[in-house]
Design a protein around this ligand. Structure first.
Ligand code: SF4
Ligand code: FES
Length: 177
């Protein structure tokens, strides 16, 4: 097995260690792929799909924060198909939760020309504010279900495993047992 892999990202050839994600391979040549659920110090779970890119020959877009490089891969990080997908994902996110206090997401919405009202009229996650302890306020109306808090509470940091998803479908929130 070779230790390195050479692929092409947006027309640029790059050689990286085998096992590198497409997100990290792109970063090595100065290409920033937008992410929402991903955090560099946590296990990536590929939940939001904002980081999806187009790989020639692949039927569907792939999440670059979890997809690994392969020899000869040809990747497009800003094709029209990719941009349309990101726009729709962000429009759906903005229709479901209040992202106004998430500057990175607001910037992505501007970058991809998001029409925040495209899914207006669809249900919004209206969850009462929880101010029930001295340490922090929980406002799940702003929770994008990125899973990072669950990951921190579990094997990535705390090993407490107190948090998990609670409820189903549109009613899903982060909760304790
Ligand atoms: S509460 Fe957890 S899942 Fe929701 S946005 Fe914050 S870190 Fe992400
Ligand atoms: S950042 Fe890759 S799936 Fe969310």
């Amino acid at each position: 097995m070779t230790d390195t892999v050479t692929l092409t990202i947006d027309g640029n050839q790059v050689t990286v260690p085998a096992g590198t994600t497409l997100l990290d391979a792109a970063a090595q040549i100065g290409i920033t792929i937008p992410t929402t659920c991903y955090h560099p110090t946590l296990t990536a779970n590929g939940l939001c799909r904002v980081c999806s890119v187009e790989v020639e020959g692949a039927r569907t877009l792939v999440s670059s924060c979890v997809a690994k490089v392969a020899e000869g891969m040809v990747v497009h990080t800003e094709s029209e198909r990719v941009r349309r997908s990101r726009r729709t994902i962000l429009e759906m996110l903005a229709s479901a939760v209040d992202v106004s206090e998430a500057p990175e997401i607001v910037a992505q919405m501007q970058q991809y020309g998001v029409d925040a009202g495209r899914f207006a009229g669809t249900e919004r996650r209206e969850i009462p504010l929880l101010d029930d302890n001295p340490f922090y306020i929980r406002d799940y109306a702003k929770c994008i279900l990125c899973w990072r808090c669950v990951q921190v509470c579990a094997e990535d940091v705390q090993h407490t495993f107190a948090l998990n998803l609670s409820g189903r479908g549109f009613e899903t929130t982060i909760g304790t047992f």
